[in-house]
Ligand binder design. Structure first.
Ligand code: GDP
Length: 444
């Protein structure tokens, strides 16, 4: 069995949830490697609708094991709330849900710190989800964080003391409420008791499962352009959402990975601040937002929308070694007469196809478009590539040529049946016998 990374190639919300859900029957394990409850997948499962923020959507497949890797920051209360929802819907998680003992605990009071900072930044605000993800990673990097394995330790209060002192200072200066050290420690003990059945050495488990021949899908949250190192800094998330993060964030070696699939939306969206070269602040942008239902799962915020940016996506493909693409939301473009795609950036009269490091340069960049003809026909439900309108096929092939990667999955609607699978040697090799299970899931 193979080990596959599936990640977003844009600024998140590419529709990764549906793609991971679709591929689940071909894998034994789904592992998340970064982020926290700032991620948000909407997955339809039969008649039910699940919004999962921490727990991989693989949990809805009863044979799939799910791992929350060491690279994540986990808010225990958010985790329990998802667990309660799943259990209330009859989803049995016992024995197949694992949290890394090395994962950091996102203390709920980090959210107050996050919010206070965003307020102070005013117009320069990053546009975070205000859930405390940034402060959790900061404390992790400064070696002050509390990990899952620390929750039950005898010296918990001693470990919490310096962290509490630092946070209390910051919260007081922002005139926010400060919980006492004792109440913080009591919360930790309560969480520890309920978390215990799930906390494990997940790196060792993953390696053992792989040695037994099991396959794992490593699911990236957010998107490659939000990566802390490679994204549009400083308008980025606080973790490595790119493929490298799958190894550091779960404890498996790079040599274990067999392939990377990038999820690319047929147009672009972005939440929060930061440069967005192809953004449309007009009625076409509004059309994409409405037709694509581009409102955040986690925050409900309207997403900024614009054309496909092949400069940024090509950069993301290279960065992640993407050989395979799942192109989503093609149906959202169905009615358009013309579809511009960005193939270059004009910055100070120079045209470049490379991604500038500085967000300031991106802010000034003018998109250089190539305009492709729209197909103005419905694409939803096309199961075969040849079922798609000719101009829609041309759009797909154009993306393949520009990104130098094969589009193996084309999604034309939120449901599983609204998916076109294009087999070739690469996909057969990665999915193996699981390919027929994926095909069955699509065809019902
Ligand atoms: P993620 O964070 O990348 O998983 O993306 P989200 O779950 O936030 O957003 C994806 C949304 O688009 C969900 O509501 C999906 O049901 C929906 N979706 C996924 N694929 C398609 C598609 O091909 N067409 C349409 N119209 N909607 C889709």
């Amino acid at each position: 069995m193979s080990q596959l990374i599936v990640l977003g190639l844009q600024w998140g919300d590419e529709g990764k949830g549906k793609i991971v859900d679709l591929l689940c029957p071909a894998f034994d394990v789904v592992a998340r490697y970064q982020g926290g409850h700032n991620a948000g997948h909407t997955v339809r499962f039969g008649d039910r609708h699940f919004a999962l923020h921490l727990i991989p959507s693989g949990i809805l497949h009863e044979q799939t094991r799910c791992v929350l890797g060491n690279g994540m920051v986990i808010n225990p209360e958010a985790f329990f709330s998802e667990l309660d929802d799943l259990e209330a819907s009859g989803v049995e998680v016992e024995g197949r849900l694992f949290i890394s003992e090395r994962a950091h605990v996102l203390l709920p009071l980090y959210a107050a710190v996050d919010q206070a900072r965003e307020r102070q930044l005013g117009e320069q605000a990053i546009g975070t989800t205000s859930r405390g993800i940034g402060p959790a990673y900061e404390n992790r990097a400064s070696r002050a964080g509390i990990r899952m394995c620390d929750l039950r330790s005898d010296d918990l209060e001693a470990r919490l003391r310096p962290l509490h002192a630092r946070l209390a200072n910051e919260l007081r200066s922002a005139e926010a409420e400060v919980p006492s050290l004792e109440s913080l420690a009591a919360d930790c003990r309560e969480w520890a008791a309920r978390l215990e059945p799930y906390v494990a050495d997940t790196g060792a488990l993953l390696q053992a499962w792989m040695a037994e021949g099991k396959g794992a899908l490593f699911e990236g949250a957010q998107g490659a352009l939000l990566d802390l190192d490679h994204g549009t800094y400083p308008f980025v998330t606080s973790s490595n959402s790119t493929a490298g993060g799958a190894c550091t964030g779960t404890g498996i070696p790079p040599t274990a990975i067999d392939g990377v699939m990038g999820v690319l939306k047929a147009y672009t969206s972005r939440v929060g601040g930061g440069p967005f070269v192809t953004e449309l602040e007009d009625e076409t942008g509004e059309f994409l937002r409405r037709r694509g239902n581009e409102f955040g799962t986690t925050t409900g915020r309207p997403r900024r929308c614009g054309w496909l940016d092949l400069v940024a996506s090509r950069y993301a493909c290279r960065l992640n070694g993407v050989a395979s693409i799942a192109l989503t939301k093609l149906d959202v473009l169905d009615e358009l007469a013309e579809i511009p795609v960005c193939v270059g950036y004009r910055i100070d009269d120079q045209v470049t196809c490379e991604m500038p490091a500085r967000s300031e340069d991106l802010e000034r960049a003018e998109p250089v478009y190539e305009v492709l003809p729209g197909w103005q026909e419905e694409t939803a439900g096309a199961l075969e590539f040849d079922d798609l309108p000719e101009r829609a096929r041309r759009y797909v092939q154009y993306v393949e040529e520009r990104l130098d990667a094969a589009v193996h999955i084309i999604s034309t609607g939120p449901r599983r049946e609204e998916t076109c699978l294009r087999r070739d040697g690469w996909l057969d090799g990665i999915l193996g016998e699981g390919l027929s299970r994926v095909a069955t899931a699509i065809r019902g």
